[in-house]
Design a protein around this ligand. Structure first.
Ligand SMILES: NC(=O)c1ccc[n+]([C@@H]2O[C@H](COP(=O)([O-])OP(=O)(O)OC[C@H]3O[C@@H](n4cnc5c(N)ncnc54)[C@H](O)[C@@H]3O)[C@@H](O)[C@H]2O)c1
Length: 218
């Protein structure tokens, strides 16, 4: 399948399918129909069939989906079938919270170091992950095959630090600073901007309008 033909909306939904399929596997469920998956996920069965048909041949009429196979295939599409080394730049509250969250490793995201400008945290560890100083970045990134950098530093620093990271070889930025970095970096650098406050604002909207927010947006 030519990935360019898969719509962004489908790609956005894949992690959710992956999560539900992982839960099914944990519960020992090996086969599931689109109808049953629809009940669990509160997405229409036809939406599920349409989404999963993008990747061909996973479901059979009257037989349902092979959960393990589908989980593995979606994992491959999402690039979760190999480890991605990640660093966290900005070892404050958020950076340390991310480093403390072990479960990213289960999906193949291995945090190999944190970085900060504050000499007071130099050499400290979060779990077993060491905090390094920024002047070590240029060697550390190629030496440790770092692909992803999470940016958890002040907004004012985000652009200049991101540019340096890209120069040193980082290919993807998981950006928590409140600026939309994808508009500012070279096109071949992948950026995912995370704005928890936007999610809260959507919650607030739904609370205010008493809209049913339980059904996932299409
Ligand atoms: N996107 C979101 O949903 C979300 C949620 C919470 C916080 N944030 C943002 O994340 C950032 C971090 O928040 P926090 O609460 O952890 O702040 P914090 O002050 O606890 O940590 C920021 C850290 O960045 C370090 N730092 C400053 N300049 C740096 C530089 N040039 N290079 C490397 N490190 C540098 C500081 O020394 C500090 O340790 C802030 O920009 C905040 O607004 C975003």
């Amino acid at each position: 399948m030519d990935e360019k033909l898969i719509s962004k909306a489908v790609i956005r939904r894949l992690p959710r399918y992956y999560r539900y399929l992982g839960d099914l596997l944990d519960d020992g469920v090996e086969r599931i129909s689109s109808g049953e998956l629809s009940n669990r996920m509160k997405v229409t069965a036809s939406q599920i069939r349409q989404d999963l048909n993008n990747f061909g041949g996973f479901g059979q009429q009257g037989y349902g989906y092979n959960v393990r196979y589908l989980y593995a295939e979606i994992g491959k599409i999402l690039g979760l079938n190999h480890t991605h080394n990640m660093i966290i730049v900005g070892a404050g509250n958020l950076g340390q919270a991310l480093a403390n969250y072990k479960s990213f490793e289960n999906s193949g995201f291995k945090t190999v170091a944190l970085f900060d400008v504050n000499p007071a945290v130099k050499g400290k560890k979060v779990r077993d992950i060491e905090i390094h100083m920024m002047n070590e970045l240029s060697e550390f990134i190629p030496d440790h095959h770092v692909e992803i950098a999470a940016l958890t530093l002040p907004k004012s620093e985000a652009v200049s630090v991101a540019e340096k990271l890209v120069d040193y070889g980082v290919k993807a930025i998981w950006n928590f600073a409140h600026t939309d970095l994808n508009l500012l970096l070279p096109e071949d650098v992948v950026v995912e901007n995370v704005h928890l406050a936007e999610s809260l604002m959507r919650l607030s909207y739904n609370l205010t309008t008493k809209k049913d927010s339980k059904v996932e947006e299409k």
